[in-house]
Design a protein around this ligand. Structure first.
Ligand code: SAH
Ligand code: SF4
Length: 425
């Protein structure tokens, strides 16, 4: 499967490599494998992760050469703003290009429901995405390696009290799955995710990280809260990213829905992990009970403040046998508005379309990508386990073979003029 594009290092500025993709330059940190000028590399999340032999790189680039420019011009055409919107809303949107919105104005944007205003919002966000990032789209793979969890988050289908069938993948299984994702399917970035499961001791996690990071990938951990010492060791073993959402910036809601957990501690952990050198993906759930539009705006602002490499937020989907099973599911447009507003507020952001959004309906992934988002995740967990990772019901892609998921995603990206080059720093 050929869906990652190598680039050539044309300049080194200390730790930063300037990488050329068909004449387009992007920056990436070069302290993981220390590649040299003239070498072909894969970069992910702004990190040079692997060298590519010249012959192989030229083969892949040859395949991409014409397609790359075709995709670029398609993306450019598709990201023109065509709709007008109402004068008042147009004023708001135009303001975002010149100065900062007030919080009141941001809330107004989240509350908007007029069809043309929504179109204007989404088209503008998509246009900004195109201007700031070109047609790049990051594609990450995710392996869900355990559905055991010691926590009892009210929204989560694999919470401790859920009476579900549990599984743990062995270290060997995790490493083999990662190998297959990299070698067979061509992933350059993987997320290892689980409940907070301390069966995986520090020592076990270190073994997993050592074995998987040496595959030449950007390795993200999404394993919940561990001590900073453990995270530091995992960094030294080769992990470079952490996906850890703060879930909500509203302390009251956090306290209620995450019993025994502290928002302050979680935020402080995220900050400290960033200072440790980790690439951070963070964000929140949309549609938690008691949440207002103001909370959503605060969530976006907190995400921005945490300076993540990637925004990761999605709808809370009520899960069976959890305290929130009867809670109303959020409207898809609210999620799309949140993506678009995040893009207006943080023009350079990398914004993920999450599986939870994809789950809302079959057009949601495409609409997310057309509302300002530019990152995707593909589930590469073995099918027999994927079905058991029931954080929420009917997860998109949970019954499909990996090949099928990849094909669908790549076809979708091509249809939108997107190319899987790294988004750079
Ligand atoms: N245990 C780790 C990682 C696994 S959970 C942690 O909590 O950080 C990963 C994410 O799943 C959580 O951050 C949460 O935002 C999301 N999640 C949990 N329950 C969900 C639900 N019902 N709908 C949508 N997302 C959910
Ligand atoms: Fe555990 Fe994460 Fe689910 Fe909370 S959201 S119960 S920490 S898996």
């Amino acid at each position: 499967m050929c869906y990652a594009i190598p680039g050539k290092i044309v300049e080194l500025q200390g730790k930063i490599a300037i990488i050329d993709y068909f004449g387009e330059k992007r920056k990436a940190i070069n302290d993981f494998i220390e590649a040299r000028i003239g070498e072909y590399v894969y970069a992910q999340g702004g990190l040079v992760v692997a060298k590519v032999p010249k012959k192989k790189a030229e083969e892949i680039l040859n395949f991409w050469k014409n397609r790359f420019f075709e995709l670029k011009s398609l993306d450019k055409r598709m990201s023109e703003v065509k709709v007008k919107g109402s004068p008042k809303f147009l004023y708001l949107i135009e303001k975002t290009t010149k100065s900062e919105l007030t919080k009141k104005e941001m809330i107004e944007i989240i509350k908007t429901n007029r069809e043309n205003d929504l179109k204007l919002l989404f088209e503008t966000a998509n246009n900004i995405r195109q201007r700031f990032h070109g047609n790049s789209c990051c594609v990450h793979g995710i392996i869900e390696f355990s559905n055991y969890c010691e926590n009892n988050c009210f929204y989560c289908g694999i919470r401790k009290d859920s009476k579900i069938k549990r599984y743990r993948m062995s270290i060997k299984e995790i490493v083999e799955t990662a190998k297959e994702a990299v070698k067979k399917y061509g992933f350059k970035s993987l997320v290892l995710q689980s409940g907070e499961d301390f069966w995986y001791t520090e020592e076990k996690l270190l073994r997993i990280v050592k074995e998987t990071s040496k595959l030449g990938i950007l390795l993200f951990l999404s394993i919940g809260e561990r001590s900073e010492k453990t995270y530091e060791k995992l960094y030294n073993a080769g992990a470079r990213g952490v996906l850890l959402r703060f879930e909500t910036s509203n302390e009251k809601i956090f306290k209620k829905l995450r019993p025994g957990k502290s928002l302050k501690k979680r935020i402080s952990l995220i900050k400290n992990l960033r200072n440790m050198g980790y690439i951070i993906a963070t964000g929140f759930l949309i549609g938690l009970p008691g949440e207002s539009e103001k909370d959503i705006v605060n969530n976006i602002l907190l995400t921005k403040k945490l300076k993540p490499e990637m925004y990761s937020f999605g709808p809370m989907i009520p899960a069976k046998n959890t305290p929130l099973e009867n809670h109303k599911q959020v409207d898809k447009n609210l999620v799309l508005k949140t993506i678009a507003l995040s893009r207006l507020i943080d023009k350079k952001a990398k914004i993920l379309v999450t599986t939870a959004l994809e789950t809302l309906d079959k057009n949601a992934k495409k609409q997310g990508l057309l509302s300002g988002a530019n990152s995707l995740m593909i589930n590469v967990t073995p099918l027999k386990y994927r079905r058991l990772y029931g954080i929420y019901p009917n997860r998109a892609g949970s019954d499909k073979e990996i090949d099928e998921n990849i094909k669908e995603t790549v076809d979708l990206l091509y249809s939108l003029g997107r190319a899987p080059t790294d988004l750079g720093l």
